[in-house]
Write a protein that binds this ligand. Structure first.
Ligand code: PEP
Ligand code: MG
Length: 565
């Protein structure tokens, strides 16, 4: 998965890529862990019988010293770091490991060789057991190296403590090494091995150190070279342009500070209000969204609660469920979407069976063509929930393609004292956004389906993921068209598809003229925090730059250049 991009010198610094693990940026000179401990040759001369007790005592003393050092570092640490260090100390003290080593020494094997053989026995056993036990293998290897270093006078292995704040590059890191990192001296780290759940990753996360793992080509970067680690993009840039690197580090620091302090409401740095809302599917989700500082609900997917149901839920049951969501945001904006049955979300009581092409079939609002009472009963239930909670929810229809569809829906919603809107998920709706707004009070762009229908690519197809990438410039053009219609009509236009969960793209959407972003609760703070670090004019320039590109990668890069540097 990792790759190396090494352009010729004239094209700029080499950029190595890996898996991003902890966001943030760090620049500094490279340090590496002290060289590998030299393991003793198995052929070392046998220990004479008379010296074997003393050799065992030497082994025990070394094991105790290694364990004590690790325990002392555990006592000085907290959280995962402390846990990892005490686990490793426990292995150094482990009775079974010691007994195995002492048995070897009893047979005449020197203490250092006995340490290697005993550790190997345990590593083989843990590896064979697999799962969580296999994850102990690096800890045992680390203990082995420490024991051998102690017994052979090689000095304690591990991470250097550089005088100048530095960036640590390594093949892999022993858990105890990572746990003992001092963030004042080590600003970020990258390893050639390891995955997102490795110890390195877990501890880097706890320490908040920008981290990339699985980086190809890392071995060739010399100690002392300057590198820039970008834990969001998953890159290690060798000899970066100093001003650019500084700007990137500063931007990442600002983003981290903004994220930690985000409490809403959403606005750009220069004060443009942008509501940051949540996508939810039930009352529990809505309450979690309120706790995460979402300002309201931008998309309540009502169909998700009924996916497994054979029969239509009663009006009363629906009203109870809807009221729970409304009650989580008293006096705030809640946008209820009527059932989006069909295609990827079939409902047994609403979706026609055996459609040849469900994504282009009877889904969303189209269900009401065959079964108008289903929609009416749902609108009655929403009105009932509104009455029970003394609120006025906004109500929108999915999969609207034409002006008459929007007009008919709006009339039915207004008749119940609710606020009507429609989703923009079909290119025809984006093209006629202004005409739709003659009938409804707001628009919400569903970029997941809009990209599927604009690019003619199944949103669930992994093979076509590049076509449904929300950074597709043609999709952004349709967003711009819709936002422009909203501006002219003086009516709100938001985005509630996955596009709104990407903090960088969120800024671009705002630059395109969108007034609210609704995303998964887990993304609310990231999106809101990123917005708070940029000015509206920068968002507009980023939008313009992204629109001018021909593919999603170029669009992303163009927006990054404007917003990040
Ligand atoms: C969308 O299509 O972007 C959307 C928000 O609706 P869903 O993902 O539920 O189809
Ligand atoms: Mg949709």
């Amino acid at each position: 998965m990792s790759s190396t991009v090494s352009p010729p010198a004239s094209l700029g610094p080499a950029v190595l890529t890996g898996t991003p693990v902890v966001p943030g940026a760090a620049v500094g000179p490279v340090v590496r862990p002290s060289g590998a401990v030299r393991l003793p040759a198995e052929s070392e001369a046998a220990v004479p019988q008379a010296d074997r007790e003393a050799e065992k005592a030497r082994y025990r003393a070394a094991a105790e010293l290694v364990a004590e050092r690790l325990s002392a570092r555990a006592a000085a640490s907290t959280g995962v770091s402390a846990e990892v260090l005490s686990t490793t100390a426990g292995i150094a003290r482990d009775r079974a490991l010691r007994t195995t080593a002492e048995q070897r020494i009893e047979e005449g094997v020197p203490a250092a060789v006995a340490a290697v053989q005993a550790a190997q026995q345990f590593m083989d056993m843990f590896a064979a057991l697999g799962g969580l036990m296999a994850e102990r293998v690096p800890d045992v290897r680390d203990v082995r190296d420490r024991l051998v270093a102690e017994l052979t006078g090689q000095g304690e292995p591990g991470i250097p403590a550089p005088d100048v704040p530095s960036v640590l590059l390594a093949e892999d890191l022993a858990p105890a090494d990572t746990a003992g990192l001092d963030p004042a001296r080590i600003l970020g780290l990258a390893t050639r091995l390891g995955g997102t759940t490795s110890h390195t990753a877990i501890i880097a996360r706890q320490l908040g150190l920008p981290c990339v793992v699985g980086v190809g080509g890392l071995d060739d970067v010399p100690v002392g070279a300057t590198v820039l680690i970008d834990g969001e993009q998953g890159t290690v840039t060798v000899d970066p342009e100093p001003a650019k690197a500084r700007a990137q580090v500063d931007a990442a620091r600002l983003a981290a500070e903004a994220l930690a302090g985000y409490r809403g409401p959403g606005r750009t740095r220069d004060g443009r209000v942008v509501q940051v809302l949540a996508n939810v599917q039930d009352g529990a989700g809505a309450r979690a969204a309120a706790d995460a500082h979402a300002e309201g609900v931008g998309l309540f997917r009502t169909e998700l609660a009924f996916l497994g149901r054979a029969a239509e839920p009663s009006v009363d049951e629906q009203a109870t469920g809807y009221a729970e969501v409304l009650a989580a945001f008293p006096g705030r904006k809640v946008v209820v979407r009527t059932l989006d049955a069909g295609s990827d979300k079939p409902l047994a009581f609403a979706t026609p069976p055996d459609e040849a092409n469900p994504a282009l079939g009877v889904r969303g609002l189209r269900v009401a063509r065959r079964n108008p009472r289903l929609l009416e009963r749902q609108l009655d239930a929403i009105a009932e929930a509104a009455a029970r909670t003394a609120s006025t929810p906004w109500v929108m229809a999915p999969m609207v393609a034409t002006v008459p569809e929007a007009a008919g829906f709006a009339a039915a919603v207004r008749a119940r004292g609710l606020v009507p809107g429609v989703m923009i998920e079909v290119p025809s709706a984006a093209l006629h956004a202004e005409r739709l707004l003659a009938h409804v009070d707001f628009l919400s762009i569903g970029t997941n389906d809009l990209s599927q229908y604009a690019l003619a690519a199944d949103r669930l197809s992994a093979d076509l993921a590049e076509l449904t990438d929300p950074w597709q410039p043609a999709l952004l053009e349709l967003v711009a068209l819709t936002a422009g219609a909203g501006r002219r009509a003086g009516k709100p236009v938001g985005v509630c598809g996955e596009a709104a969960a990407d903090p960088l793209l969120g800024c671009v959407l705002v630059g395109l003229g969108v007034g609210s972003l609704s995303c998964a609760t887990s993304a609310v703070a990231r999106v809101g925090a990123r917005l708070s670090t940029v000015d509206l004019t920068a968002c507009e320039r980023a939008a313009e730059a992204a629109l001018a590109t021909d593919d999603p990668q170029a669009a992303r890069a163009a927006a990054r250049r404007v917003l990040v540097g």
